[in-house]
Every structure is written in C-alpha cells, then in structure tokens.
Design a binder for this molecule. Structure first.
Ligand code: SF4
Length: 428
C-alpha cells in the first residue's frame, strides 16, 4: 500500500485545505502515516506570510531527505504559488503545484513528466470548499478564499488570488454535513471573510446574508467567526450575533497599527477611530465578549512615537488579547520598497512590549470572569493530567483529565487563572 504523510505550515485555512487533500488521498487508497515513518510521499502545504515560513519549509525538506532519501516530496500552498521555480530547485523536491492545481494533487501522484504544475493566480475564480475536523469537536470550514484588498505588506492576494466564495446554500449544506459528523463547533474561515459573496467573479451575496441564514439553522451547534476586517464587521452582524444562541461572543479583528499614518501606508481601509467604534459597539451589546486583534510592529516608517501611540491606543482599548507580528519584508509588495526600515532589534523590542501588554489584558479579562458559569467545549489531548477547552468567550479552561468529557460541551464554574494563562475550572 502506498503511504503518504502531510505537513502544514501557516494558518487554519491551510490546515483545512490539507485535511481535504488528505481525504482525497484516502479515497485513492493511500494510507496516511507519520512523517517520521518513511512514507512513500510527503505533501508539504506551505505558507509565505513571513520570511521565516519560507525558511522553515526549506529546513523541513532537508530533514525529510536526510531521514528518508527515497521519499518523494511534493510542495503546495502559498510559497509554491509565489516561488515555484525556486522551490523546484531545492534538493529533494519532486513536484510543485500551484494554487489551482493543488486540489488535484492526488491525480498527479504518478506523473513524473513535469516538475512544476502552476497557473497564474489572476485567472482563478473557482472556489474550492474545504474543511478540517478537530477530533469531532471543532471544525474549520472554509467559506471564502483570496482577497481583493491589496494591503501594502501582504503577499496573500498574490499567492491566493481574487476574492471568491462558496454560495450560502452550499455553506449550509457543508454545515449540515459537519453536524452529522459530530462537530460541536464550526469556525467560519477564509482570508477576508467579511468580503464573502463573490461567486465566479461577481458579487451575489454578502457575509451579513450568510450570518442571518446560519442563525436560522435549527440545530444545536456553536459558531465562531475566525477573523474579520473591522470595516466589514457591520452593526447588523454585531446585532445578530449579540442575540444569537449559536454565534459565540468572540471576535477577532486585525488592527495592525494604532497610528493612522501607518494604517494609511499599509493601505488598510479603516482608521483607529473606526476600530475603536467597533470595539465599543461589540462591548455595549455583549459586555462579556472577547475581542482579539493582530498587530504588526516595525512597519517601515513606524517611528518610536508612532509605536508609542499604538501602544497607548491598545492599552486604552477594551480588547482582550493580541497576536503580535514583527514586520517581515516580502518581495513584490509595495511595503518592501518603502524607506525607513526598522532595525530587527527595535522590532523585537516592540513585539516584546506588545506581547507583555497582551498577556496583561488577557489576564485581566480572565480574572473578570472568575466565579462565572461558562460552557466549555473540551478538546482531545491529555496535558499533564488536565484536559483543555474554550468557553464561549474564548477563555482557555482546564479541568482534571476525564475521558468522558472529550468532545462535549460542559458547564464549568471558573475558579482561578494560572501563571500560564489558563483558567482552572470546576465541572458543575
Ligand atoms: S485584507 Fe489585507 S492583510 Fe488581509 S489578506 Fe487582504 S491584502 Fe492581505
């Protein structure tokens, strides 16, 4: 029997795409085995959001080749779309597939004629629906792909192409399928999901329509929205979610900077004032809601006082955690040729400051919830005799390990925040 192993870098969307490709290989009779067990083939689904992601991919290829010289290595994903030639020249790479071709990879298994199968990204309008299910608990459902925005630092539109979506009907079908497979929570995922609704190059529906349609599903299931641009999170969506017993009170909105000059240079489509307005709107309707945001530090031209402004803005904002990224130069982006690049050590310092601030905010939020009763979906995996899960409002909770609660939603009273930012809970 042919054996295959998978490795995925990057975002949840990549993981959901790998899962779908895994199922295709299974249908063709391949057996999935761990990467260290000398598989016949390894599929690496790459990311290219940071310079580091490229480096990690190259290191992995080398490691596989050293351990299993006969294993064929196929590369797919954002890095494969952006730099197919460069990747094909890495020692050990068998085949490189572009964004359009990657979903057909199981058909190219024995095709050795070409080393690169790759189409230009602009011509892709077809949407490929994918999902991954995390041990019958949380599923990541891709509803949208690509992006039409063109932020100056971002390679995603070059790697993934134009915005395109599934239809609402098809999303509802997929949701029903996931529920029948036992999913208790579905995370609606995409690159720019607030832009949902473009089908075959034309706008047909909207993300607001989708939220309203999902809200009408008559089944017990939880939904999260993975991440949404602040300018696309409209009041109607916030209102529907605030009254919903399906959508959880957890939002993730990329902020990127708390300085309007930097936001403009990044070509972001909002100001810090608009971001703050959205946070206030959410908190006014759902005081318990968890709000997270992404921030890029050390963008070209971000002076010390610009950064200070961002720091102060976030410090005063009612958001509850941050994902912090030091700015990473990407070729073929407008930011790459901007002047006044920030030194690496300064970027590291700014990252550290914001990560400390993030922990402080998260701890404050967790502590505010101590004593409250929450619903926790427990996930697979024993961690030092504990089992973890997340509340509706995205608080990480642990209780003493109990096999019977894995994959189930249980009522928990929150007791104490630990040093590693998890809340110890008591089942009730
Ligand atoms: S919105 Fe901006 S950062 Fe997000 S994927 Fe589109 S171009 Fe990239």
């Amino acid at each position: 029997m042919n054996t295959v192993a998978f490795h995925t870098f990057g975002c949840k969307l990549n993981f959901s795409e790998t899962s779908t490709i895994e199922r295709k290989f299974k249908q063709k009779g391949y057996k999935k085995i761990p990467i260290n067990d000398n598989p016949n083939k390894v599929i690496i689904n790459t990311c290219s959001v940071t310079e580091n992601a490229d480096k990690k991919c190259k290191e992995l290829i080398k490691k596989i080749k050293n351990k299993s010289p006969k294993t064929e290595i196929d590369i797919i994903g954002c890095y494969a779309q952006l730099k197919p030639k460069e990747i094909s020249q890495i020692n050990g790479v068998n085949l490189v597939l572009g964004m359009k071709e990657k979903f057909e990879i199981s058909n190219y298994f024995n095709d050795k004629k070409e080393k690169i199968l790759h189409s230009k990204i602009n011509g892709i309008t077809k949407f490929n629906a994918t999902y991954s299910i995390n041990e019958r608990t949380r599923a990541f459902l891709k509803i949208q792909d690509g992006c039409n925005y063109g932020c100056s630092f971002c390679t995603i539109p070059l790697a993934r192409g134009k915005s395109r979506s599934n239809t609402i009907n098809e999303v509802l079908n997929k949701i029903n399928k996931l529920i029948s497979k036992g999913s208790k929570e579905i995370v609606l995922s995409g690159i720019n999901i607030g832009d949902f609704g473009i089908v075959n190059g034309k706008r047909k529906e909207s993300f607001t329509d989708l939220i309203i349609a999902i809200e009408k599903i008559n089944k017990k299931i939880r939904f999260r929205i993975s991440s949404i641009e602040p300018n696309l999170l409209n009041d109607k969506i916030i209102k529907v979610i605030s009254k919903s017993n399906k959508f959880l009170n957890h939002f993730h909105m990329p902020l990127q900077s708390g300085n309007n000059k930097i936001l403009k240079d990044m070509s972001r489509r909002y100001t810090k004032e608009l971001y703050e307005k959205k946070v206030k709107k959410i908190k006014s309707l759902m005081p318990d809601a968890c709000i997270g945001g992404d921030v890029i530090v050390g963008f070209p031209g971000e002076s010390k006082s610009d950064f200070k402004e961002t720091y102060k803005f976030i410090n005063n904002l009612s958001i509850n955690y941050l994902h912090v990224f030091p700015y990473s130069e990407r070729v073929n982006t407008r930011a790459d040729i901007m002047k006044n690049k920030i030194p690496t050590n300064e970027k590291a310092l700014r990252s550290k400051m914001l990560r400390i601030l993030s922990d402080k905010k998260k701890r404050f939020f967790y502590d505010k919830n101590i004593g409250l009763k929450k619903s926790v979906l427990f996930e697979k995996g024993k961690k030092n005799d504990w089992v973890n899960g997340f509340t509706e409002n995205y608080i990480k909770v642990k209780v003493p390990y109990n096999d019977n609660i894995i994959g189930k939603i249980k009522s928990v009273r929150l007791r104490k925040t630990t040093n590693d930012l998890t809340v110890i809970g008591d089942l009730i």
